[in-house]
Design a binder for this molecule. Structure first.
Ligand code: GCU
Length: 427
C-alpha cells in the first residue's frame, strides 16, 4: 500500500491567514481610535459616577429668582457661550398662506421672511420661517418651534416653501448622500412626522439657523464677528448663543404677534443645546424638548465620558464664547456645570431625549444633571424628575427623561415620546 503524504502549505502562504491578519489589523486600528471606541459603548441604565456638583440647595424663592439665577447666567455667558445678545429685535417682512391643505388635509402652511436686527450697530440677517397648523384648530394652540439641520424646503417638503438663498446644502433627493444621512441619523432627522403632530393639536414652526449664522468654523465666525462687532471679543456670542437668541425672539414673536398660546422649543443635538440655552435666558419660553443635546447641552461637563470640551472646541470653535476653549485641558475647573443651565429653566417642563448607544452625548451625565436640578423644582412645589433609572420614562414629570435603544439621531420611536410629554404637560 502506498501512502501519499499531502504536504500542507506553510501558514504564511495561506490566504485565510492573511485575511485573518487583515481583519485583526482593521479591528485594532478602529479600536485605537477613541471616537470608535465610544461608538461601541452603551450607557448604563443606572446613574453611574458622581452626582452633579455644585449641589443646588436653594431655600428661598426670592433669593433664587433675583440673585442666584443672575449669577448663574453671568457664569454661563462668561465661561461658555458668550453674552446673550439683548440688543436684538425681530422684524417680519411678509407672511403668506400657501393655497390648499397639506399632509393628508391635516394642515395649512404659512411662509414668512424675517429679519434679525442688531439694534446697536443696525446689522441685519434674514431667514425663512414656515408655520404649519392643524386645520380646524382652535385659535390659540401651542406651537413647537424647531431649529433644524436641513433647510426649510426639506423639513416641510411641499411646493411653495422657498429654498434659502445663497445656500447649496440640501437634504432632499434620492442621492446616495441623503440616503446615507437618513440611514445614520434616522428618518426624522430631516422632517418630523408632521401629520402626527397636527393630529395631536400642535402647530409647528421650522427655521434653518444656518441662514442666520452659517454652521462653519470659518464662515460662521466671520458672520459672528461682523454681526456682533459691538461686543468685545471676550464677550461676543458664539453661534450656539446666537441661534439661542434667534429661538428666543422667534418664540416671543409667535406668541405675542401671532397669538399662539405657548411656545415649546425643540431641537436635536446642537439645536438641543440652543433650545436649552434659549429657555434658560428667556423665561417666556414655555417648555423645552432637547434631544441628545450632549456636551454644552444637558450633559454634565465634570466627569464626562464621550465628547470632551477639547473635542467640541476643536471641532466646532465657532459655537462658543472665546473663553470656553481655556477649559479644553481642565474641564474640571469650569466654575459652572450643565445642571445649572437646566436649573435656569425650572419650573418649566423639560424633556431630555437620549439613546443608549449615544455615549458621545453621555445620557448618563444628562440623567445626573436632571437629578441635580430637583431641589430647584422642589422650591416651586414640584417633584421634578421622579425616574430612578434612565429607562423610566415619566412624561408627566416636569423634568422627563427619555431613552431608547440605538444611536444618535431622530428615529420613529422619538416623536411619539415627545408628543406624549407635551400632552402630559400642556393638556
Ligand atoms: C457633533 C458634536 C456634538 C453635537 C452633534 C450634532 O457630534 O460633537 O456636540 O451635538 O455634532 O449636533 O449632531
Amino acid at each position: 500500500m502506498t501512502t501519499s503524504k499531502v504536504k500542507s502549505k506553510p501558514i504564511w502562504r495561506r490566504k485565510r491567514s492573511w485575511f485573518l491578519l487583515l481583519l485583526i489589523a482593521v479591528y485594532g486600528l478602529l479600536l485605537s481610535n477613541r471616537g470608535t471606541r465610544i461608538l461601541m459603548q452603551t450607557a448604563a441604565n443606572h446613574p453611574k459616577s458622581q452626582a452633579a456638583t455644585p449641589v443646588l440647595s436653594p431655600t428661598d424663592l426670592s433669593d433664587w429668582e433675583n440673585i442666584q439665577t443672575k449669577k448663574l447666567k453671568e457664569l454661563f455667558q462668561t465661561h461658555i457661550y458668550g453674552d446673550f445678545p439683548l440688543e436684538m429685535t425681530l422684524r417680519a417682512e411678509e407672511m403668506s398662506r400657501l393655497p390648499g391643505t397639506y399632509f393628508d388635509n391635516s394642515a395649512t402652511v404659512d411662509i414668512a421672511n424675517l429679519t434679525l436686527i442688531n439694534t446697536e450697530n443696525e446689522k441685519t440677517r434674514s431667514f425663512g420661517l414656515v408655520i404649519i397648523r392643524p386645520i380646524e384648530s382652535e385659535a390659540r394652540i401651542p406651537i413647537i418651534v424647531s431649529q433644524n439641520f436641513c433647510p426649510n424646503h426639506n423639513v416641510v417638503p411641499i411646493n411653495g416653501v422657498p429654498k434659502p438663498q445663497n445656500i447649496t446644502f440640501d437634504c432632499s433627493g434620492d442621492g446616495m448622500m441623503s440616503n446615507v444621512f437618513l440611514y445614520f441619523f434616522g428618518r426624522h432627522i430631516t422632517t418630523p412626522p408632521i401629520k402626527d403632530i397636527m393630529q395631536r393639536g400642535y402647530a409647528f414652526a421650522a427655521v434653518y439657523p444656518t441662514e442666520f449664522v452659517p454652521d462653519s468654523a470659518q464662515a460662521g465666525q466671520l458672520i459672528l464677528n461682523d454681526y456682533f462687532d459691538n461686543f468685545e471679543v471676550s464677550e461676543r456670542p458664539g453661534a450656539l448663543m446666537a441661534w439661542a437668541a434667534q429661538f428666543s425672539l422667534l418664540s416671543d414673536y409667535l406668541e405675542t404677534k401671532l397669538g399662539f398660546s405657548k411656545s415649546i422649543v425643540y431641537g436635536h443635538s446642537r439645536f438641543g443645546k440652543t433650545a436649552l440655552i434659549a429657555a434658560a435666558f428667556n423665561p417666556e419660553i414655555d417648555g423645552v424638548i432637547a434631544h441628545q443635546s450632549g456636551t454644552g447641552g444637558a450633559s454634565l461637563s465634570r466627569d464626562k465620558p464621550g465628547e470632551t470640551v477639547s473635542d467640541i472646541t476643536n471641532g466646532y470653535p465657532h459655537w462658543f464664547g472665546n473663553r470656553y476653549q481655556n477649559y479644553a485641558l481642565s474641564q474640571k475647573e469650569l466654575p459652572v456645570d450643565q445642571h445649572q443651565l437646566l436649573a435656569l429653566i425650572a419650573p418649566r417642563p423639560i424633556l431630555l431625549g437620549n439613546a443608549r448607544r449615544d455615549v458621545w452625548s453621555d445620557p448618563n451625565g444628562g440623567f445626573r444633571a436632571a437629578q441635580g436640578v430637583n431641589p430647584v423644582y422642589q422650591l416651586y412645589g414640584n417633584s421634578g424628575l421622579t425616574a430612578k433609572k434612565l429607562s423610566d420614562f415619566n412624561p408627566e414629570d416636569k423634568i422627563s427623561f427619555w431613552i431608547r435603544p440605538g444611536t444618535h439621531g431622530v428615529v420613529k420611536e422619538d416623536w411619539p415620546a415627545f408628543l406624549d410629554f407635551l400632552d402630559a404637560q400642556l393638556k
